[in-house]
Design a protein around this ligand. Structure first.
Ligand SMILES: Cc1cc2nc3c(=O)[nH]c(=O)nc-3n(C[C@H](O)[C@H](O)[C@H](O)COP(=O)(O)OP(=O)(O)OC[C@H]3O[C@@H](n4cnc5c(N)ncnc54)[C@H](O)[C@@H]3O)c2cc1C
Length: 516
């Protein structure tokens, strides 16, 4: 972090007004003030509990098939992704990237003032503007015009085929539980008393903290630490494991650690937060790393230590639905619960808590519930991406997973510094790594670390889903110069390796035929 960065802490009147307009539009879309719940139908083909990504996809999908559908949402349509997750986090990351680029403008030949001022109020105003624009797609209007009955209120089951919302009973042939997840707060003595931020309130900040501690080195913690640091906040990130993003390849996680260090984030790996207390308005945080004890002083703490399924208050026992507090609702591969009338989708039942997966699982559940479909969750190919800079994206099997399954694996890696466009863009950090089954071009998985890894990954995901081998990707013309050329280069490397090994095989056959 440049020492010359300053953060403006006062918001202009116009900023507040504009943000209020944006908020008014969003709330008007996702929870109109004058909303009246409709009179319920005698029986619904499908009642959806939860109006987040999974619930909305299910309600729209079922209504399109002509089903009589009700959707119940206790708070805001759009759920986590729109209101407190993907959308605001990606909007704030975009601005933070701009500030990072401005600080390095000199290396591109651009001259900008050394003292870059971050207008935090305007940054958050933009976040709210983005959120309100995207909220149109999740509106009550869209649902009702599709024929869905929308009920606001907390739902709980009263029978295996009925639930109640705001004192009204909704009877169903089928129901879908899509109640999502919430932040899992770490059990740290003094944390609750000191107060902390989660994704549920961090996007409501109107002033940035001077010093921020982020607890947790998963995707959420990493994205938020980088965003706030680049917006001029003195940021420390604490991760109890030896590397960030523990699921990812070690070299990918190491690149992220290095990027954080370059940004000026204080990185504390292998470190536990053991106590928090407040002194003179500041939060005093005790840390332990192996036997080394230390203390840091911050103004705010943001936790990003995982998510827990929302099952409380649903009365799942009455509905005959099996569940537990960590895994959430138990489902089979068809997303059916123990009660054959009731299905679940999204974060409430899936270990992989992603927006795209919530959407895809909801489509499967609707097909299986309403059309006697036999679509399986396990048939999905699920890619994911952490939107730090560089981004870290993955699909399919990691090398270690392939080995655990006794699948012989060969990996083709292209560093981004060998890709012309990455050099031109000064975005040379990262790699494309594609794993194939040895002696075949069958793609098992891929990891991409690059500025736009999330965009690049879709080509590999498509190849996996369509059964296209790596050899074919070598014949796909990629516009020059693009960073996605790294994928073609990895495919070229595969073709070269195959050619070399067949040449070697031919020459050893020839040599043995000569008796040598
Ligand atoms: C900060 C952050 C960033 C993220 N970024 C990404 C990203 O970049 N890409 C990505 O793929 N994923 C991302 N995710 C994950 C993504 O947001 C979730 O996977 C997705 O929103 C899950 O959708 P869902 O429908 O299962 O649950 P939710 O969106 O949480 O919706 C559940 C809804 O159910 C309602 N509800 C709960 N209980 C009841 C009840 N009893 N009665 C009525 N309604 C109820 C809730 O109010 C909520 O609106 C992010 C998450 C966070 C927290």
């Amino acid at each position: 972090m440049s020492s010359t960065t300053t953060v403006e802490r006062s918001s202009e009147d116009s900023t507040t007004l504009a943000s209020d307009c944006a908020e008014r539009e969003r709330l008007g879309n996702v929870r109109p003030l004058d909303w009246r719940n409709p009179s319920p139908a005698t029986r619904y083909d499908l009642v959806v509990v939860g109006g987040g990504t999974a619930g909305l996809a299910a309600a729209h999908g079922a209504a399109e098939q002509g089903a009589k559908v009700a959707l119940v949402e206790r708070y805001l349509l759009g759920g986590t992704c729109l209101n407190i997750g993907c959308v605001p986090s990606k909007a704030i990351l975009r601005t933070s990237r701009l500030y990072a680029e401005m600080r390095h403008a000199g290396q591109y030949g651009a001259q900008i003032p050394a003292d870059i001022r971050v207008d935090f109020a305007a940054v958050m105003q933009r976040v709210r503007g983005v959120r309100s624009r995207i909220s149109r797609a999740d509106s009550t209007r869209r649902l009702t015009s599709a024929g869905v009955d929308v009920f606001f209120g907390e739902a709980h089951f009263t029978r295996p085929d009925a639930l109640e919302v705001e004192g009204v009973t909704l009877c169903f042939s089928k129901a879908l539980i899509a109640t999502g997840a919430r932040p899992d707060t770490p059990a740290i003595p003094g944390l609750a008393e000191a107060g902390y931020l989660t994704n549920e309130n961090a996007f409501d900040l109107t002033e940035p903290p001077h010093r921020l501690l982020v607890i947790g080195g998963g995707p959420l913690g990493c994205e938020m630490a980088q965003a706030f640091c680049r917006l001029g906040v003195e940021t420390t990130i604490v991760q109890k494991r030896p590397l960030f993003l523990p699921r990812e390849e070690r070299d990918a996680a190491q690149i992220l650690s290095d990027a954080f260090a370059r940004d000026g984030i204080a990185v504390r790996l292998n470190t536990h937060v053991v106590n928090v207390r407040v002194e003179s308005g500041a939060k005093i945080v005790d840390l332990v790393s192996d036997d080394y004890h230390s203390t840091i002083v911050v103004d705010a703490i943001l936790t990003g230590t995982g998510r827990l399924p929302n099952i409380d208050g649903l009365n799942l026992d009455v509905a005959g639905v099996a569940y537990d507090a960590r895994r959430g609702v138990h489902v089979d591969d068809f997303l059916r619960t123990r009660n054959r009338r009731i299905y679940a989708a999204g974060d409430v039942c899936l270990p992989r808590k992603f927006n795209d997966t919530a959407d895809a699982s909801a489509r499967i559940a609707v097909c299986n519930a309403l059309c006697d479909g036999r679509q399986r969750l396990s048939a999905l190919t699920i890619p994911w991406c952490t939107y730090t800079d560089p981004e870290i994206a993955h699909v399919g099997l990691y090398v270690r997973q392939a080995r655990e399954r006794n699948i012989p694996v060969k990996t083709f890696t292209i560093p981004m510094h060998d890709v012309d466009r990455a050099i031109a863009d000064d975005e040379e950090v990262g790699f494309v790594k594609i794993n194939v089954r040895e002696r075949t071009d069958h793609i098992l998985g891929a990891t991409i670390v690059a500025r736009h890894a999330g965009e690049m990954l879709s080509e590999i995901t498509l190849a996996i889903v369509a059964g296209v081998g790596l050899r074919t990707l070598a014949h796909v013309i990629h516009p020059y110069p693009t960073q996605a050329e790294a994928i073609r280069k990895a495919a070229d490397a595969y073709v070269r390796a195959r050619a070399t090994s067949s040449r070697q095989r031919r020459s050893s056959t020839w040599l043995s035929s000569l008796g040598r």
